[in-house]
Design a protein around this ligand. Structure first.
Ligand code: HEM
Length: 510
């Protein structure tokens, strides 16, 4: 301080610099607090309630994501503050179904935020990670047919092959009623291997070996941890995973995941010496290659690669998580399980189920359909928010105007607990609600597959395989939880990654 006073004849800048030098910590602290308070109070969303920390800084949502249970934080916040909550200085989370309808409405200009831009591969974004809306629309146009239900039906042979393999493995467990079976792991392996078949006509081999080969699944989980976390502060990505110095630092060189290596190999295998690609076959890669052949200008080979590769990342944990939730919830509700078994048994006795259950047969089992919808309602596979940005000119959401640039978050775990839509017991797993209330209205408010122009493109595959395999398992085995009532262990990175569904199996029929 003495120095500053002594230099009082000095220009103001010099005095200021001397002050900063002498009181660096105090100045830095004041700037951080000042910036936080500015963001808190000088903001068009300053009146939106929420945690004080969240209104000043993104530390709140960073911490919440790091905890692995953002979905529970979001539920708690909305219970405390109401349907609109400020979850970051520029971010609002909505609980009301009307808000979700406004945000998901096609053509209203709510585009993805930079959250998605950190998901790999950075140089070749896929349908999920592409934040340029025009480019996303272009890629999606060519991918819609390869992902359609009709195309999935054509792939039922390889999918049924995987179901048979799963049954063979489950039979092994069932041969000894005291042998503990980690159903969560087997379902996880199954979901991955189905994607290998669908995308590349290649089994990854997880189920065969009953092992996470080369730690690939764990590796994807780690990658998603990073994505979920750094996605909250995407500008830091350039200093971390996408640091331009990485290729030059031997100890920090980027290493492709096993799945990425496989995708690269599969594309290379189909490349002919003249540079064109063999596009014969029924898998996703073949169909995307055919779309490329006829529209190579707008649909590049990089697009083909990124979409086929992205399918593994977007479709594996999500489908596995949904199947795990289904069994966890059903098995923990003995009455539901009994009703479900009765429905399946009656269909079996009436000769309505093929040796490998077909998708069409599954659609006729109404109670099963209610259980599946209810599982996706209570524990949707995406645990983080689905993030969008208000268009530049601003927009109305649920009757209130928000200026351009405000980011909005929708969380299925919150939306699916709306009591006006789903009933006062919306927290509970109770499939009967799908017969008691207006099922169409409830279905229209489900967000387990997202919505609008970014509605999940893989939902046909997910529903196709789940409808077949879940009933197949229910028909073939009596399943007993090894730890009735024990909560499933899980964490939300983007998807809800679960483990610990341990069961005993008994074969129901020869
Ligand atoms: C039960 C299983 C699944 C669930 C619950 C699920 C859920 C979702 C959700 C919530 C979104 C929207 C994300 C957002 O807007 O931020 C989404 C998008 C997407 N999903 Fe799925 N998904 C499932 C299966 C699959 C499968 C099997 C695939 C691929 C084979 C897939 C590929 C994609 C892609 C590419 C997108 C991006 C769509 C776009 O932005 O236009 N998903 N999924």
């Amino acid at each position: 301080m003495a120095d500053v006073q002594a230099g009082s004849n000095e220009p103001l800048v010099v005095v200021a610099l001397a002050f900063v030098k002498a009181h660096f910590l105090l100045v830095a602290f004041s700037l951080i607090i000042g910036r936080g308070l500015y963001r808190r109070y000088v903001s068009p969303i300053r009146d939106v309630p929420g945690p004080f920390l969240a209104s000043c800084s993104r530390l709140w949502k960073l911490w919440s994501t790091y905890s692995g249970h953002t979905e529970l934080d979001h539920i708690a916040l909305h219970r405390k503050y109401g349907p609109i909550v400020r979850t970051a200085p520029k971010e609002v989370s909505f609980a009301s179904p009307n808000a979700a309808k406004d945000i998901f409405a096609v053509g209203k200009g709510f585009h993805k935020t930079m959250f998605y831009s950190v998901f790999p591969p950075k140089h070749a974004p896929d349908i999920f990670t592409e934040v340029r809306e025009w480019k996303h629309a272009q890629m999606k146009r060519y991918a819609v047919t390869p992902y359609s239900l009709a195309q999935m039906q054509k792939r039922s042979g390889p999918i049924e092959g995987m179901i048979q393999l799963l049954m063979d493995h489950l039979d092994n467990y069932a041969s000894d009623s005291k042998r503990l079976c980690d159903l969560s792991n087997l379902l996880h392996y199954f979901a991955f291997d189905v994607l290998g078949e669908v995308a590349f006509s290649r089994r990854f081999g997880f189920l065969e070996a009953e092992v996470d080969i080369e730690g690939s699944i764990k590796n994807i989980d780690d990658v998603q941890w990073y994505d979920g976390l750094v996605g909250q502060v995407p500008e830091f990505d350039i200093f971390l995973r996408n640091n331009p110095l990485r290729p030059y630092l031997p100890f920090w060189k980027p290493a492709p995941t096993t799945m990425t290596k496989i995708a690269v190999q599969e594309l290379a295998k189909r490349k002919r010496p003249d540079g064109t690609y063999d596009s014969s076959g029924i898998d996703l890669l073949a169909e995307l290659l055919r779309a490329h052949e006829t529209n190579s200008e707008k649909f590049s080979i990089d697009d083909v690669f990124s979409i086929a590769h992205g399918a593994i990342f977007a479709g594996s944990d999500s489908t596995a998580s949904t199947m795990q939730s289904f069994f966890y919830l059903v098995l923990n509700s003995p009455e539901v399980y009994a009703t479900l078994q009765k429905e399946v048994d009656e269909a079996q006795k009436a000769g309505q189920l093929s040796p490998i259950v077909t998708y069409a047969e599954a659609q006729k089992l109404e109670y099963f359909q209610a259980c599946l919808k209810e599982a996706m309602r209570v524990r949707p596979a995406v645990g983080l928010g689905i993030y969008r940005r208000v268009p530049p000119d601003g927009a109305e959401i649920d009757g209130r105007f928000y200026p351009g640039g405000v980011e909005v978050a929708l969380n299925g775990w919150v939306l699916h607990r709306d009591r006006a839509v789903f009933g006062d017991d919306a927290d509970d797993f109770r499939p009967e609600r799908w017969f008691e209330r207006d099922a169409k209205v409830m279905a229209s408010h489900m967000a387990q597959f997202g919505g609008g122009s970014h509605l999940c493109i893989g939902r046909n595959l997910a529903l196709f395989e789940m409808n077949k395999v879940l009933i197949q398992i229910l028909r073939e085995y009596d399943i007993t939880l090894a730890h009735l009532g024990r909560p499933l262990q899980y964490h939300s990175t983007f998807f809800v990654v679960q483990e610990g569904l341990e069961v005993y199996l008994r074969k129901r029929r020869e």
